[in-house]
Write a protein that binds this ligand. Structure first.
Ligand SMILES: *[C@@H]1O[C@H](CO)[C@@H](O)[C@H](O)[C@H]1NC(C)=O
Ligand SMILES: *[C@@H]1O[C@H](CO)[C@@H](O)[C@H](O)[C@H]1NC(C)=O
Ligand SMILES: *[C@@H]1O[C@H](CO)[C@@H](O)[C@H](O)[C@H]1NC(C)=O
Length: 497
């Protein structure tokens, strides 16, 4: 009996010990979890600093472009780079602003092409052997009218010229450098859209149109340059915004970065989103300054102006016309934007809540940018459209996208548009007013306008371009400098992608 009691007491105390151990274990486990579990936003930073030896301390230093950054310095004064930030758009000082925009200007070498390739196409007559107009005293005007849609070549070139006389270099996104080996990218100042628009008709006395002659000359010139040979053309910027511009040269210049309106008329291996940059059209309607309209004051629900019958790809226009023509608050107007069509379209867009963008001959059109400038929420029905700066801009915040296959279903589109309430529309309208600057071409360029946004898009291509150039040098037959100091060309890759 006594034995039994003592054994039961031992069992009890053993059990108590066991219980205490469990409780302690669970408590300590919870404690550990509290420390290491669920990462909070700051944890990563805290851990990084904790790992650093104590003799490092933070100091503030002023980097060359005036941005202060924290660097780590030990007592011996030796500098150590701060922990790398996530892969982003860093400049050489590691500085990055909140939009991920590059702060250090992109360095661009621009070929001194004969004026017949650029301002000469604008009827500018160079004095003496000048290649560029002195933009302090004269800025050759660009022709009015629809040519302006594709005038990106003009604004980018002017901005580069301005970078040489700018009194505020810190504010620049891109600057011209005279030494190509210091450049990030090489700019080809051929006004190819203007050349197509004005000079693609063949004069009876010529064998070829001026537009064709210029393209052939350009290809010959470029492929003979040492800059082209060094990179196989990969770091060259070639502008071809009009879908029909560079029709001949594109097949030879394809390793370069094209600036395009869309990829509609390009085979995938010649142009694609990874390699190239999409730039906005210059809008034709006037910007809507001081827009005091609202959901109720814009009485047209849905607005479309354009021709209904288009070539391939545009079949949806016709279908949509028949689906929508009996809706009383839908405006479907036909006709091109010639004469006073632009003014009328602008007025119509300002009075409409939504503006339709339907694929035409090409996936893109300037209508989208007209809608944005009029703060009319774009409804985009164009499955293959590519949009400018879409890597940093979320168009769904201010556009409605509808798949073509859905849009042509009975009542689908009109029900969708009618289901968007005042509140949601107003949010998109507010956003349109915020983003409209991003699509504005002007000289001089302003902060965050189309010119600067395009340079920034190009800057984001630079690391990829450099990697491709380095890869292309792997094998000795692609080695660049020859024995005599001459350069051997890097063969254009057969399968670029
Ligand atoms: C161009 O820059 C490179 C590298 O910085 C330098 O070696 C070369 O001398 C420069 N050329 C001229 C003409 O200044
Ligand atoms: C818009 O408002 C500003 C300031 O109120 C004024 O200076 C400007 O002229 C207005 N613009 C138009 C087009 O009415
Ligand atoms: C390519 O090689 C150069 C050295 O020639 C190097 O400085 C550069 O960082 C390399 N670029 C990439 C993206 O690897």
């Amino acid at each position: 009996m006594a034995e039994k009691q003592s054994s039961s007491a031992a069992r009890k105390s053993f059990f108590a010990l066991f219980l205490t151990t469990i409780v302690l274990f669970v408590l300590s486990w919870l404690f550990v979890l509290r420390l290491t579990g669920r990462p909070r936003p700051l944890d990563r930073k805290v851990l990084t600093t904790q790992k650093l030896p104590t003799f490092f301390h933070h100091v503030k230093s002023q980097s060359s472009n005036g941005l202060s950054r924290a660097i780590l310095v030990n007592n011996g004064g030796r500098e150590e780079e701060p922990p790398k930030r996530e892969q982003g758009f860093q400049d050489k000082d590691g500085a990055m602003n909140c939009n991920g925009n590059v702060k250090e200007p992109l360095k661009i070498f621009m070929y001194d092409l004969d004026p017949e390739f650029h301002f000469g196409l604008l009827d500018w007559k160079p004095q003496g052997d000048r290649i560029w107009p002195d933009i302090r005293t004269e800025i050759p005007p660009y022709p009015e009218g629809l040519n302006l849609q594709h005038s990106i070549e003009y604004w980018l070139t002017l901005d580069l010229l301005a970078s040489e006389i700018s009194d505020n270099p810190n504010n620049r996104v891109a600057m011209r450098v005279q030494n190509s080996s210091e450049a990030d990218l090489i700019f080809v100042p051929f006004f190819s859209s203007l050349s197509y628009n004005r000079f693609s008709k063949q004069n009876p006395h010529q064998k070829k149109s001026v537009n064709k002659v210029l393209q052939a000359k350009l290809v010959k010139f470029l492929t003979a340059q040492k800059e082209w040979k060094m990179s196989g053309g990969r770091d060259h910027i070639v502008m071809a915004h009009h879908p029909n511009s560079m029709l001949d040269a594109r097949m030879q210049l394809w390793p370069s970065i094209f600036i395009l309106a869309d990829f509609g008329r390009y085979p995938l291996n010649i142009a694609n989103v990874d390699k190239d940059v999409i730039a906005p059209y210059k809008h034709m309607v006037e910007s809507y300054a001081n827009d005091t309209s609202d959901f109720d004051s814009r009485q047209t629900l849905l607005f479309f102006q354009g021709s209904i019958y288009r070539k391939d790809g545009g079949f949806a226009r016709q279908e949509l016309f028949y689906l929508l023509k009996d809706e009383k608050d839908v405006h479907f107007a036909f006709g091109s934007l010639k004469n006073n069509g632009v003014i009328k379209a602008g007025q119509g867009m300002r009075l409409s809540k939504f503006c339709l963008n339907i694929a035409g001959d090409t996936p893109s059109s300037n209508r989208l940018f007209d809608a944005i400038a009029s703060h009319c929420v774009p409804v985009i029905i164009s499955d293959d459209i590519e949009l400018p700066y879409e890597d940093i801009l979320d168009y769904s915040e201010f556009c409605v996208f509808v798949r073509t296959s859905d849009a042509v279903k009975e009542n689908f589109l009109i029900n969708l548009i009618r289901s968007i309430r005042k509140e949601e529309w107003t949010q998109m309208w507010e956003k349109l007013k915020e983003v409209e600057t991003l699509f504005e071409y002007q000289y001089p360029a302003k902060d965050g306008d189309a010119v600067q946004m395009i340079w920034q898009s190009l800057a984001r291509k630079v690391p990829g371009v450099k990697m491709k150039i380095n890869k292309s040098r792997r094998y000795s037959d692609a080695v660049v400098p020859g024995k005599d100091g001459g350069l051997r060309s890097i063969p254009a890759p057969k399968n670029f992608w």
